[in-house]
Design a protein around this ligand. Structure first.
Ligand code: FAD
Ligand code: FO1
Length: 451
């Protein structure tokens, strides 16, 4: 494995004792660089290998829609790990407390965790590092090009990031070694985890129902990837901006919960005809856009605040802060899809119902929130709240970057000035009409609601 994936938080000569991978973002047994790094050390030092997941019930406003999907995926992964002689432990509570306690109780000799650019995970890591005295590594198992290696700074746009990605790709887009059986067993019987009970007893908001269109877990994720590449990449990907066509991969929940490695998707996509324009645009999104979001969140601690917008955008939004709003909606009216705009209402309704909004509509959806909110700050908070409460792929660096792009011109450039938006790119209902059959989409959402 390329050493540039590993950030050593604490060095040290480990005593004898199990090696543990604290799994958080990359919830899978296969294709997981953090797990492979932990296993390599455990084999070299002839130690048992364990994986621990700390279930924290109040994660950024997540609801049962997210926890249900996540826990079902974890159940499958725990089974896969057990088949390889790797002990899975499920803890509940604050990772900053539970992980250090687990390290001491189990006499862990080295701790490994997976990389996330979000504040919450970096705070957990900081506290854990203060409370343990053993070697501790963070491994980027999510990005093809490790975030810290891709660029030492916040990239202003995709066009500045893309050449760095292109240059680094040959070094990092390598195949994964298979996960081998671990020869040094964890002592004692594995405690049986009652997953049904874990789901049932979780203290979490249950008012946002689970979804049925997406099967959770590593196996379903690989199937979805193959189905997309074999049956939909060539045909509809070109229609990717048409919400009436199933032209996107719909893989983002699997990437978000780490049930599928983006690197695996890129490796499998490479097997397809690279003359396909659809392949180029899929890889552009999957690699450049997605990893640009991690770059943005990693180098921009205030990634969910007005202050993170580029100077030109803050200036223009301030200049137009008191422009007359044709429509002004509260968060509640927006949440209940009660605006004057049938297209926006349909997109909001579909997101609430199935936890998914088509990528093209997400841009329109967020930009209209800017246009109809009392301030850019309120618009930002509302968009993040609704996106993270209903979208299956919410609470993700892509979300903070996508919303900051829509409302604050992040990774974009100034456009001809207009009311409220200033020079931030705007989108209009008429513009959507020119792109796709708006009436058909609105009708479809209404009919789906009647079923
Ligand atoms: P596809 O079009 O099939 O793309 C494949 C993969 O490439 C995606 O799964 C994703 O990992 C990546 N990707 C595609 N488009 C983008 C993009 N614009 N930026 C970064 N990565 C991208 N994505 C999330 O994962 N979670 C979110 O919460 C989220 N919120 C968004 C909010 C707004 C306002 C906007 C404009 C975009 C948001 N995105 C978010 C990015 C993008 O819309 C989704 O990743 C995409 O719609 C997911 O559907 P898909 O997997 O079918 O994508
Ligand atoms: N990560 C954890 O380590 N423990 C959790 O209990 C947890 C819950 C959770 C719920 C919804 C969600 O969207 C993400 C959640 N995550 C959790 C984090 C996730 O796995 C990723 O690590 C982060 O989203 C970083 O990208």
């Amino acid at each position: 494995m390329n050493g540039k994936r590993v950030e050593t938080v604490r060095k040290g000569t480990p005593a004898h004792g199990p090696v543990v991978y604290w799994m958080s973002r990359d919830q899978r047994a296969a294709d997981n660089w953090a797990l492979l790094h932990a296993r390599k050390d455990a084999v070299e030092r002839k130690c048992p290998l364990g994986v621990v997941f700390c279930l924290t019930p109040d994660y950024l406003g997540a609801t049962i829609r997210h926890y249900g999907f996540m826990l079902r995926g974890l159940e499958e992964t725990a089974g896969r790990l057990a088949e390889k002689g790797i002990r899975f432990h499920l803890l509940t509570g604050d990772p900053a407390e539970e992980i250090p306690r687990f390290v001491v109780e189990q006499g862990v000799s080295r701790l490994v965790t997976d990389f996330s650019p979000l504040r919450i995970k970096r705070e957990w890591e900081r506290k854990v590092a203060e409370r343990i005295a053993i070697p501790f590594d963070i491994v980027d198992a999510h990005n093809i090009i490790p975030c810290r290696a891709a660029s030492p700074k916040r990239e202003p746009a995709a066009y500045t990031f893309r050449p760095k990605v292109r240059k680094a790709l040959p070094e990092f887009l390598t195949d994964f070694p298979p996960l081998e059986e671990h020869p040094f067993p964890w002592k004692g019987e594995a405690p049986r985890i009652d997953w049904e009970k874990e789901r049932g007893e979780l203290v979490v908001d249950r008012s946002v129902g689970e979804v049925s269109w997406l099967e959770p877990g590593e196996r379903a994720a690989r199937r979805a990837l193959r189905d997309f590449l074999e049956n939909r990449l060539a045909s509809c990907y070109g229609m990717r901006n048409d919400p009436n066509r199933h032209g996107q991969s719909r893989l983002s929940p699997y990437f978000h919960f780490g049930q599928l490695a983006p690197q695996r998707a890129a490796l499998e996509a490479q097997g397809f005809d690279d003359n396909l324009p659809a392949l180029a645009s899929f890889l552009e999104e999957l690699v450049v856009r997605r990893e640009l979001s991690d770059n943005f969140c990693f180098h921009t601690p205030d990634y969910d605040r007005f202050s993170c917008f580029p100077a030109w955008a803050r200036e223009t939004l301030n200049l137009h802060r008191y422009d007359l709003r044709g429509y002004l909606y509260s968060r509640q009216r927006l949440e209940e899809a009660e605006t004057h705009d049938p297209l926006w209402n349909a997109a909001q309704t579909e997101m609430v119902r199935i936890g998914k909004m088509h990528g093209y509509l997400r841009m329109y959806w967020a930009k209209k929130i800017l246009e109809w909110s009392a301030s850019p700050e309120e618009a930002l908070d509302t968009a993040i709240y609704l996106n993270d409460r209903y979208e299956m792929d919410g609470r993700d660096p892509n979300g903070y970057a996508g919303i900051a792009w829509s409302i604050g011109g992040v990774h974009d450039r100034p456009w001809p000035e207009r009311p409220i938006f200033g020079k931030v790119r705007s989108m209009t209902f008429q513009g959507c009409r020119r792109k796709f059959d708006v009436d058909a989409y609105v009708r479809k959402v209404r009919e789906d609601g009647r079923r």
